[in-house]
Design a protein around this ligand. Structure first.
Ligand code: 26W
Length: 804
C-alpha cells in the first residue's frame, strides 16, 4: 500500500484527476471522498483476488451466510482502520488541507436492514475476515434501505432512503455472473429412462446481477466477499408487456421488507426470498463445480447458514439442484442438504414466525413447492411412526398445514443445527417454543450467544477510550478482546478512573453538540445520559421508560423537596411504517419532551430527546456517550439484544430485565455492576400460561401508576385529544400484554437506585470499568469462533498477519 504520506498524496492527486476530471483546485469534498474510496478499493483488489485464489487452491471448506438484511453502515473509516492505513491517509489529506473526518461524513449509511438481525450479519462479516475464516455474505442490493425517518409535529414520517443516489464506491458489478431466477409457469413431469424428470416451463425469469463488496479483515491479508444481488430484467423475457415486466422485476430489489399486509406485498416478499436464495445457492454451486467433479461431497466443503427463516428456501433449492440437475436420489440429496444447512432463530414472537399461504407459494414457485411438499410428507411419516395416532402433534409439527407453509418448521427439519442467540433464548426454544422438535432432534439444538465487533463499536467509535485501554493494558485486546479483563486491575486506580470520567464527559459533549445542532436542545453533560435506542416495539417497552419520565415530572411538580440527579433521557427508534401502536409511542415521547423540556420548574433536571433517524452512523456517536443503557424488554421476549453489549463495552451501566443477553451481561459485569428489575421470564411465561395478571389491580392500587395512566387521556397534554387512547386501552382494556404496569414500581425503584449510585462518582466509575472489563466475551470474534468450530467446521486460512 502507501508507505508514506507523500506517496499517498501523489497517488491521490493523480487519481482525483482521473476519476473526477477536475483539477485539485476545482474539486469538491465529494470528489475527494470518491477519489479516496476508489483508491482504497483498487488497492484492496489485489489481496481480494489473492484471497479467492487461495480459497480455490486450498479447497478449504467455505461458509456462506445468507441474510435478507445487512446493516453495514459506513465503510470508509472501517476499511482504513482494518487496512492499517488510517494515519497515513489522515496525514496525507491534512497536508492537502482536507479533513478526513469530513470525508467520512459524506458516505451514506448502507442501511439494508431493520435492526439487530441485520447488524449482527454485518458484525459477523467483520469477524469472519478478521479471524481469517473463509466466510462470505449473500444478500440483496436494495435500492432503498430502511426508510429515512423525519419527526414532524412529533409524528414519524417516512421518506425513501437513497443510499445509492451518488453511487457506492465499495461495490463491483459483475454482470457476466448474472443468474436467471424463474418464477411462475408450471412443472412438466415426464419419465425418461425409468426416472421422473421435472421441467419448469413458461417461467418468468428475473436476472440476479451480483454486486460484490470486499470485506476487509483487521490488519490481515484476508479479504472476503459480500455479494448483494440486484434484480434486473432478464435478457429473455416471455412477458410481452415489457414496461410492466421491467417494473415488476426491478421491484424485487427495490425495498427492504415491502408492506406485506396485502397479497401483493406477500408475493413480493416471497419473491425476494427465493430470488436471494436461488441466486446465492446457484452461484455457490457454480464455483464449487469448478473444483469438484460432482456434488457428492458438497457438505464437506460448503456450509450454508440461514439468518432466520427468510432464506429457508435454500433447503428446497439445494434439493432441486441435487435432484433435478445432478440426478441424485432423494436420500442422498437429503443427506447432503441437511448436512449443509444451519439455521439461527432470532425470535420467539409468534407474529414474526413466517408462514406463507399455499395459494401464493405454489403458483409462484411450482417446483420448489413440490419439493417442500415431499419433505413434509416424509417428515409426517416419520412422526407417524414415532407417535402413532397422535394426530394433534403431527398437525402441530407439519411443515404444511391448514393451507400454510411454516418456514420455521422447514428450517428445523432441513438443517443440521438450530441455534438461539442467547442462553435464555435457546432454553426457551428447547423447553417451550420448539419443544416438540427438540424432543425428536435434541442434538440439533445449541446456543450461540450474539456478539458485536469490538473494532467498530469500541476501537473505531470510541477512540479516546481505546487509547486509554491501549496505554494501560496494551493493544492485545484488539485481537483478543477477552484481554479487556485485565482492566479490572485498575479498579482502585484513582488516576485511571478519573481519565475514564474525562473520556465519558468528552463523548457526552460531542453528542450534546450534535443534539443542539440538530434539535436545538441543550443537554447538560453533568446530567445522567440515560439512553434507549433500538427498534420501536411494544415488547421493548419504550412505554415503560416514558411513563417513568412522566412520573418523575409529577414528583418534581408536586413535591418541592423531591431531589434527583439531573437526567437526560435520550430515545432513538424507528417504527415499522404499518405499526400503528409503535407510532403512537413515538408521538407520546415527543409530547412528553415538549412538556418537560420547556417547563421552568423541571427543565434543569429533566430533559427528553428523541433523536431523529436512528441508524448505524448515529449509533456510533451514541454508545460512547451513555451513562445508563435501557434494556427493559418484557422478560422472555428479547431473544438476545446486541445494543446492550455495545453500551456495556463503552462503559454504560445497564438498567434491565433478566431477558436475552442481559443475563449474561450480568454474569460478566458482576451482580453489583448492573441494575436488574422486574418479572423473570419464568414468571412472565407462567402468567401467559395460567393467567393471574390483572393490570387494573395495579392501576387501582398504585396511585403513581394511576396518575401517569390517567394523564394519557385526561387533558394533561393539552393538544392531545384522544391521541393516546390506544395506549391507555392497551394498558387497561387489553390487560397490558407486556406487563408495563406490573413492572412499573420495580422500575421506579431501580432507577432511583441508579440515580443515587451515580452521585458516588468513584463507585460509579468502578462499576463502569467492570462493565468494560467484562465485555470482551461479547465480541463477535468469540461468537464467530464458536460457529466456526461447532457448526460450520471451518478453519482459519494460514496467512500472515500484519505486524502493525
Ligand atoms: C416478519 C419479518 C421480520 C423480519 C425481521 C420480523 C422481525 C424482524 C426483526 C427485525 C428481526 C430482528 O432483528 N431480531 C433481533 O435479532 C437480534 C440478533 O439476533 C437479537 O439480538 C434481537 O433480540 C432480535 O429481536
Amino acid at each position: 500500500m502507501f508507505s508514506d504520506r507523500d506517496e499517498f498524496k501523489e497517488e491521490f492527486l493523480k487519481k482525483l484527476e482521473m476519476t473526477c476530471g477536475k483539477s485539485f483546485g476545482e474539486s469538491t469534498e465529494r470528489d475527494h471522498y470518491f477519489t479516496l474510496g476508489n483508491m482504497i478499493r483498487e488497492h484492496v483488489s489485489t489481496e481480494w483476488i489473492n484471497t479467492n485464489e487461495r480459497y480455490r487452491i486450498d479447497r478449504e471448506k467455505q461458509v456462506y451466510y445468507l441474510s435478507i438484511e445487512f446493516l453495514l453502515g459506513r465503510l470508509l473509516h472501517h476499511n482504513l482502520m482494518n487496512l492499517g492505513i488510517e494515519q497515513v491517509v489522515k496525514d496525507g489529506l491534512a497536508d492537502l488541507g482536507i479533513d478526513l473526518n469530513r470525508l467520512e461524513e459524506i458516505e451514506a449509511d448502507a442501511g439494508l436492514g431493520n435492526g439487530g438481525l441485520g447488524r449482527l450479519a454485518a458484525c459477523f462479516m467483520d469477524s469472519l475476515a478478521s479471524l481469517n475464516l473463509p466466510g462470505h455474505g449473500c444478500g440483496i442490493r436494495y435500492k432503498h434501505g430502511l426508510f429515512e425517518q423525519k419527526i414532524v409535529d412529533g409524528y414519524q414520517v417516512e421518506l425513501p432512503e437513497q443510499w445509492l443516489r451518488n453511487g457506492h464506491v465499495w461495490e463491483v458489478r459483475k454482470a457476466d455472473l448474472a443468474i436467471e431466477v424463474p418464477f411462475w409457469g408450471k412443472v412438466e413431469t415426464t419419465e425418461e429412462n425409468g426416472r421422473l424428470v421435472f421441467r419448469h416451463v413458461n417461467a418468468e425469469t428475473i436476472s440476479a446481477v451480483p454486486y460484490d463488496m470486499p470485506v476487509v479483515g483487521y490488519k490481515t491479508d484476508t479479504i472476503n466477499t459480500l455479494r448483494l444481488w440486484n434484480a434486473e430484467p432478464s435478457p429473455y423475457p416471455v412477458n410481452h408487456d415489457i414496461l410492466k415486466y421491467k417494473r415488476d422485476t426491478e421491484s424485487v430489489s427495490e425495498f427492504l421488507y415491502p408492506d406485506d399486509t396485502h397479497d401483493e406485498g406477500k408475493i413480493l416478499r416471497l419473491k425476494q426470498q427465493y430470488f436471494l436464495v436461488s441466486a446465492s445457492i446457484r452461484s455457490i454451486v457454480r464455483s464449487y463445480r469448478k473444483q469438484h467433479s460432482s456434488l457428492r461431497n458438497f457438505h464437506e466443503y460448503v456450509s450454508i447458514h440461514i439468518n432466520d427463516t427468510h432464506p429457508v428456501l435454500a433447503i428446497p433449492e439445494l434439493m432441486r439442484i441435487l435432484l433435478d440437475e445432478e440426478e441424485m436420489g432423494w436420500e442422498e440429496a437429503w443427506n447432503i442438504t441437511v448436512h449443509t444447512i444451519a439455521y439461527t432463530n432470532h425470535t420467539t414472537l409468534s407474529e414474526a414466525l413466517e408462514k406463507w399461504p399455499v395459494r401464493i407459494f405454489q403458483p409462484l414457485l411450482p417446483r420448489i413447492y413440490m419439493i417442500v411438499n415431499e419433505i413434509n410428507e416424509r417428515f409426517c411419516r416419520v412422526l407417524w411412526e414415532r407417535y402413532p395416532g397422535d394426530w394433534k402433534r403431527i398437525e402441530d409439527m407439519a411443515i404444511i398445514a391448514h393451507d400454510q407453509v411454516k418456514m420455521a418448521h422447514l428450517a428445523l427439519v432441513g438443517s443440521l443445527s438450530v441455534n438461539g442467540v442467547a442462553a435464555l433464548h435457546t432454553e426457551i426454544l428447547k423447553n417451550r417454543e420448539m419443544n416438540q422438535f427438540y424432543e425428536i432432534f435434541p442434538d440439533k439444538f445449541n446456543n450461540k450467544t450474539n456478539g458485536i465487533t469490538h473494532r467498530r463499536w469500541l476501537l473505531k467509535a470510541n477512540p479516546l477510550l481505546s487509547d486509554l485501554i491501549n496505554e494501560s493494558i496494551g493493544a492485545g485486546w484488539i485481537r483478543e478482546p477477552e484481554k479487556l479483563r485485565e482492566l479490572a486491575d485498575f479498579k482502585n486506580d484513582r488516576v485511571f478512573l478519573d481519565q475514564l470520567h474525562q473520556i465519558k464527559q468528552l463523548n457526552k459533549e460531542k453528542l450534546a453538540k450534535r443534539i443542539q445542532e440538530q434539535h436545538g436542545i441543550i443537554a447538560d453533560t453533568s446530567s445522567i445520559f440515560d439512553i434507549q435506542v433500538k427498534r420501536l416495539h411494544a415488547y421493548k417497552r419504550q412505554l415503560l421508560n416514558i411513563l417513568h419520565v412522566m412520573h418523575l415530572y409529577n414528583r418534581l411538580k408536586e413535591d418541592s423537596n423531591f431531589r434527583m440527579h439531573p437526567r437526560t433521557f435520550i430515545f432513538g427508534a424507528k417504527a415499522s411504517p404499518g405499526y400503528y401502536y409503535a407510532k403512537k409511542i413515538i408521538k407520546l415521547i415527543n409530547t412528553v419532551a415538549e412538556k418537560v423540556n420547556y417547563d421552568p420548574q423541571t427543565r434543569d433536571v429533566l430533559k427528553v430527546i428523541f433523536l431523529e433517524n436512528y441508524r448505524v452512523s448515529l449509533a456510533e456517536e451514541i454508545f460512547p456517550a451513555a451513562d445508563i443503557s435501557e434494556q427493559i424488554s418484557t422478560a422472555s421476549k428479547e431473544a438476545s439484544g446486541t445494543g446492550n453489549m455495545k453500551f456495556m463495552m463503552n462503559g454504560a451501566l445497564t438498567v434491565g430485565t433478566l431477558d436475552g443477553a442481559n443475563i449474561e451481561i450480568k454474569e460478566k459485569a458482576g451482580d453489583g455492576n448492573i441494575f436488574i428489575f422486574g418479572l423473570t421470564a419464568d414468571e412472565v411465561l407462567s402468567f401467559y400460561q395460567n393467567g393471574g395478571y390483572n393490570s387494573r389491580e395495579y392501576y387501582h392500587h398504585d396511585k403513581r401508576i394511576r396518575q401517569v395512566v390517567d394523564q394519557l387521556v385526561n387533558g394533561f397534554f393539552p393538544d392531545a385529544d384522544d391521541e393516546f387512547e390506544p395506549i391507555f386501552d392497551s394498558l387497561l382494556m387489553e390487560n397490558d400484554q407486556y406487563f408495563v404496569l406490573r413492572d412499573f414500581a420495580s422500575y421506579i425503584n431501580i432507577q432511583k437506585e441508579a440515580g443515587k449510585a451515580y452521585e458516588d462518582r468513584e463507585h460509579w466509575l468502578k462499576m463502569s470499568l467492570m462493565n468494560i472489563a467484562g465485555s470482551g466475551y461479547f465480541s463477535s470474534d468469540r461468537t464467530i469462533s464458536e460457529y466456526a468450530r461447532e457448526i460450520w467446521k471451518i478453519r482459519p486460512a494460514g496467512v500472515e498477519m500484519m505486524n502493525k
